[in-house]
Write a protein that binds this ligand. Structure first.
Ligand code: FPP
Length: 255
């Protein structure tokens, strides 16, 4: 049933021949993939069907970003607040990485995608952690697009962990408090070494960041759409990028 639903919903909208956005591409795109539950409800399906369909959209977005040369993609898959959901839904979401990486790992590896996980993965169920470890191991030497899967991620914890790590260095005598700067905090964030997100997309009509990359998003262009995540298409992605390209980014200056 799920396979049938997913095949049917995937066909439209992911046409590789669609004219690509050229020119100044965002180096790093972050996506808050929202609206899976409503998508399922509209169809009289269980919420898990929405998450499954959302996973298939996620696959297409990774492919599309890689096809057009995006350097880095961060996908908000599970927030530190999502544990409040009913247990069966949490369990289902924790099983999705197994299915996803089992079927996608070869293609990700072929594309040279380097998978990373941001968030507190140590608190994930052991079976999910096992997939995380295997995926990291399999893709660690890849030098293509970096895909951060945000799992049990919260932006505030990211900042707290970075400050703690820096404080640990001070305590160990490897750094001084005077050396605590924006750069030194950034060097301890989960996204260290990656460019800040240029563009953050959120689907399903919600207009907030919900604790996603809050430090890193300081100068990101935000793009919101009413489209529910499973209905997100290559065209929606390209639209977001084209709108981003029309924005004037001044970073506080006058240019
Ligand atoms: C938000 O929609 C979506 C999530 C909490 C889960 C997103 C997860 C995926 C798209 C797949 C992740 C897969 C892997 C392999 C990491 P919602 O449930 O809050 O939707 P609603 O607001 O309509 O209820």
């Amino acid at each position: 049933m799920l396979r049938w639903v997913s095949r049917r919903m995937r066909r439209p909208g992911w046409d590789v021949d669609l004219e690509r956005p050229e020119g100044d591409l965002p180096a790093h795109i972050g996506i808050i993939m929202d609206g899976n539950g409503r998508w399922a409800k509209q169809r009289g399906l269980p919420r898990s069907a929405g998450h499954h369909a959302g996973m298939l959209t996620m696959r297409e977005v990774i492919r599309a970003c890689d096809d057009i040369g995006i350097q880095c993609l961060t996908l908000f898959a599970f927030s530190t607040e999502n544990w409040k959901r009913p247990e069966p839904e949490v369990e289902y979401l924790m099983r999705l990485p197994e299915e996803f990486f089992r079927t996608e790992i070869d293609e990700l590896a072929e594309r040279g995608v380097q998978a990373r996980f941001i968030g507190n993965t140590e608190r994930l169920p052991e079976h999910t952690q096992e997939v995380v470890r295997q995926t990291l191991e399999r893709t660690k030497h890849n030098r293509g697009m970096v895909v951060n899967f945000a799992l049990n991620y919260g932006g505030r914890s990211d900042v707290v962990d970075a400050v703690k790590a820096f404080a640990g260095e001070v305590a160990a005598g490897r750094a001084t408090w005077e050396e605590m700067t924006e750069d030194s905090i950034e060097a301890h964030l989960s996204t260290r070494g990656l460019p800040d997100p240029d563009l953050i997309i959120r689907t399903s009509g919600e207009i907030r960041l919900s604790n996603f990359l809050i430090w890193q998003a300081a100068y990101a262009e935000l793009w919101f759409t009413d489209v529910l995540w499973p209905d997100f298409t290559r065209e929606t992605l390209y639209q977001a990028i084209r709108d981003y390209q029309r924005r004037k980014r001044r970073f506080g200056g006058l240019k």
